[in-house]
Design a binder for this molecule. Structure first.
Ligand SMILES: Nc1ncnc2c1ncn2[C@@H]1O[C@H](COP(=O)(O)OP(=O)(O)OP(=O)(O)O)[C@@H](O)[C@H]1O
Ligand SMILES: [Mg+2]
Length: 329
């Protein structure tokens, strides 16, 4: 019997840098993480911390130039995605690796009917005959909760509401039953009720298909509700990683603590203003020496200003990169 690794994705020391007019932007700078088959890993962090670029690098969709070819390794089923040829990665994309983009209109073509866009995926990747492809597409639209899917499939994306479009995107991403789905802020543009419905839907489909999900979001409420593990990104690196329960109950990095404190809670008194992490997100083209979070950190020391911190192990599933943390190296 074929033995399959427990990890469906292993990212090691990923670096994606951009050449810009303001100099070299190290959008992703030494990111490592693994994703187990069928699990959901949340990636959280402020705007510009490198979340989207991490996913786009794995899908091999960062535009070069301005990006340099990413370095490091991203293993997916014994293939290093970073060293595949363009036809090889194209074959995986859409079939075994899929992505829901931050901007919903990026992945739907406004000029083509939904039918055309969905059936094409099946015809290209699974060699499906047109009638079978149409039938499978209608079934998928039904599964994501599009009413009257058999006739709506012939409409264009603009004839769908924002929430419905998001469902169409999820249907398209899951059509071939991918092993890994990168979902980049899949619900940010939606109102809260629809957001909850879409997340529930993703969770159910994920369970039935067995897809592993890398869920990018800046909403810690979403992370708490849907992820198994969470990685916190700051300035192009992961600064804390653990099971969702560990990170929420016992956050170690001052940045993670700040994110959690700035999260509105049901028991926060109305008069109390929410905590905000002081200072501005870092300029990736011009990072300070030492720990990039030190200018915003209340407990920063001389060491933090000069030397990048070591990663400390808090438990077999929890680690964080900060000088102030007690733990083994
Ligand atoms: N094509 C590009 N050219 C130059 N710089 C880029 C490009 N794409 C991304 N960047 C830079 O890389 C950094 C990380 O961007 P990324 O989109 O990954 O952030 P993010 O964490 O997804 O933020 P958000 O929460 O706003 O989506 C940013 O500083 C961004 O300006
Ligand atoms: Mg993004």
């Amino acid at each position: 019997m074929e033995t399959r690794s427990e990890n469906v994705l292993e990212v090691c020391d990923l670096r994606t840098h951009f050449r810009t007019d303001d100099g070299l932007v190290k959008a992703v700078d030494g990111v490592s993480f693994t994703v187990k088959r069928g699990e959901t890993l949340g990636i959280v962090g402020e705007s510009g911390s490198g979340k989207s670029v991490t996913c786009l690098s794995a899908m091999r969709l960062v535009s070069k130039p301005p990006a340099f070819h990413p370095t490091g390794t991203i293993y997916f089923d014994n293939n290093n995605l970073l060293s595949l040829t363009e036809p090889e990665i194209q074959k995986l994309r859409g079939e075994r690796l899929a992505m829901i983009f931050q901007d919903p209109l990026t992945s739907l073509n406004p000029y083509l009917t939904v039918a055309r866009q969905l059936t094409e995926v099946l015809e290209v990747h699974q060699d499906a005959r047109p009638t079978a492809a149409r039938q499978t597409s209608i079934e998928m639209l039904e599964r994501v909760g599009i009413p009257d899917a058999a006739s709506r499939i012939d409409q264009h994306p603009h004839q769908f509401s924002g929430g419905m479009r998001q469902r169409v995107m999820i249907a398209m991403a899951l059509l071939c039953g991918p092993e890994v789905l990168f979902a980049d802020e899949p619900t940010t543009a939606l109102d809260v009720t629809i957001q909850a419905q879409i997340l529930e839907l993703m969770k159910n489909l994920q369970k039935s298909i067995g897809t592993a999900v890398v869920l990018v979001t800046h909403d810690l409420g979403v992370v708490a509700g849907i992820t198994d593990r969470v990685a916190v990104m700051y300035a192009g690196r992961i600064v804390e990683e653990g099971t969702t329960a560990e990170v929420f109950a016992n956050p170690q990095h001052p940045y993670t603590r700040g994110l959690l404190e700035s999260m509105p809670r049901i028991d926060t008194p109305i008069q109390k203003s929410l905590y905000a992490i002081p200072g501005l997100p870092p300029d990736l083209g011009n990072l300070p020496a030492g720990c990039p979070f030190h200018p915003r950190c209340a407990s920063a020391t001389n060491q933090c200003q000069n030397i990048y911190p070591e990663t400390k192990v808090i438990s077999s599933t929890h680690q964080a990169t900060c000088w102030e943390i007690e733990g083994t190296k």
